[in-house]
Structures are given as structure tokens and as C-alpha cells.
Design a protein around this ligand. Structure first.
Ligand code: ADP
Ligand code: MG
Length: 238
């Protein structure tokens, strides 16, 4: 696990400022949930942390190291996308192994890691299937397995459950809590589901229109929302 230190990070697309200069300190091992309405900049913030976007201003430190200019592969993090983004022509085992193959790890190590991760995510019986032969929940578990196979210190998740039905979302919520324990990774998790935020988070970051509105424990924000935007994001009585 690693700490994540965001200092004055901002992003414009053309004339539109999507993220105003933002500061945020995340402790090693913390489970931070980012909430806020659609279009407020949640995905952009995650993509900046991942190195998939370049900031206009600011710095990003991971474990005390300045990675502002580092390519994604050198940040010791992994990202799970809402759309799963699996390779359709590869089997489950090959999808999970992919990041290790890119990193040119030896075959014995690749096989052992794939088996371990598949067991942890209950995918053992599905290793030879292709993504189209999986349910939505199974696909999401494969995308998580692929993200954690290199034992990232930071795991970024962008609305990972939004394509699943309500019952499966509840089950996967418990999986994420367990995964956090098991991996010991720092988790930064974007959702628009209040219940996910309240149950998973050590701290919640509420965003609104490209800035951070308030940061606190679920109880802090529920009891004392600083603004109406926070109250509506958290579902606290106003
Ligand atoms: P969220 O994840 O909170 O829904 P996003 O970070 O995806 O919000 O987007 C924030 C704003 O930035 C939106 O208005 C979106 O249209 C805009 N945006 C995101 N990515 C791009 C891009 N590559 N080019 C132009 N505008 C973008
Ligand atoms: Mg988004």
C-alpha cells in the first residue's frame, strides 16, 4: 500500500476547467470513496492519478515519490473501469495474465499468480472461457483480477459496479471490503451509490463542478454536511 498526495492538481479540456486546483492527502491503506454528480470530474481525477491524463498544474506523489511525469506503468497502481475493458479474443486466464506478460515475467510466475488471483476472486472454474461466455458479475471479477495480479500499491476503481444489478452490487460490495483487507492496497473508488460510499469508505470525498466540496468520514459528512451538495450526495437529512 502507498500514500497518495495530490497537490494543486488541475485539468482543462479546451476552454473548460474540468478540475480546479485540488489538494487531497490519502493515507497508505486507506479506502477513499469519491462521490458527486455526473460530470463533476470524478473520472478525470482518477485518470490524472493513473497517469492517463496529464495535469495542467500541480504535483502527484505516490509513497512520497513525485510521479507527476511518470508513465502509468511506473506508478505501481492499477485501474478498474466501469466498462471492464476485457480483451474479447483472450481467455479469462490470458486476460488476467496480460499485465504480467507485458512486464515480461517468467511463465512459472505468471501461472502461479494467475492461479492465486483466480482463486481469490472465485474464477478458478472459468479460466478457459472467453469474456462473451461470462455474466456481468464474472466479467467484473476478471477485470478486478487483472488489475490486482501485479499487486498494485494503489487500486483505482471507476464506478466498478454500475453495470451490475442491485443484488450483485450488494454481493460485490462485500467482495471489495474483503479485497481491501486481503490486498492491503490503498483504494480510491468512484461511485454515485450512496450506500456503497457509506459502507466502504474510511473517508468520503464529495466533488461538485470540478472541485472538492468536503472530505470526511461517512459519519462526519452525514452529521455535518458543509453544503447542500454534500447533503444530497450523502443522503443526509437537510
Ligand atoms: P464524472 O466522472 O464525474 O462523471 P468526468 O471526469 O468524466 O466526470 O468529466 C468531467 C467533465 O469533463 C465533463 O463535463 C466531461 O464532459 C468533460 N470531459 C471529460 N473528458 C473529456 C475529454 N477528453 N475532452 C473534453 N471534455 C472532457
Ligand atoms: Mg465518470
Amino acid at each position: 500500500m502507498a500514500s497518495v498526495e495530490i497537490q494543486g492538481l488541475s485539468k482543462r479540456f479546451g476552454a473548460t476547467t474540468v478540475l480546479h486546483p485540488t489538494d487531497l492527502s490519502i493515507e497508505a491503506g486507506e479506502f477513499v470513496v469519491i462521490v458527486g454528480p455526473s460530470g463533476c470530474g470524478k473520472s478525470t481525477l482518477l485518470r490524472l492519478i493513473a497517469g492517463l491524463e496529464t495535469p495542467d498544474t500541480g504535483r502527484l506523489m505516490i509513497d512520497g515519490r513525485d510521479v507527476t511525469a511518470a508513465p502509468p506503468a511506473e506508478r505501481e497502481l492499477a485501474m478498474v473501469f466501469q466498462s471492464y475493458a476485457l480483451y474479447p479474443h483472450l481467455t479469462v486466464a490470458e486476460n488476467i495474465a496480460f499485465p504480467l506478460r507485458v512486464a515480461r515475467r517468467p511463465k512459472a510466475e505468471v501461472d502461479a499468480r494467475v492461479r492465486a488471483v483466480a482463486a481469490a476472486l472465485d474464477l478458478d472454474a472459468l479460466l478457459d472461457r472467453r469474456p462473451r461466455a461470462l455474466s456481468g458479475g464474472q466479467r467484473q471479477r476478471v477485470s478486478i483480477a487483472r488489475a490486482v495480479v501485479r499487486e498494485p500499491k494503489v487500486l483505482l476503481l471507476d464506478e466498478p459496479l454500475s453495470n451490475l444489478d442491485a443484488a450483485l452490487r450488494v454481493r460485490m460490495r462485500h467482495e471489495f471490503a474483503r479485497l481491501h483487507q486481503q490486498l492491503g492496497a490503498t483504494m480510491i473508488y468512484v461511485t454515485h451509490d450512496q450506500l456503497e460510499a457509506m459502507t466502504l469508505a474510511n473517508r468520503i470525498v464529495v466533488m461538485s463542478a470540478g472541485h472538492v466540496e468536503q472530505v470526511g468520514t461517512p459519519m462526519d459528512l452525514y452529521r455535518a454536511p458543509a453544503t447542500l451538495a454534500v447533503a444530497s450526495a450523502i443522503g443526509s437529512p437537510t
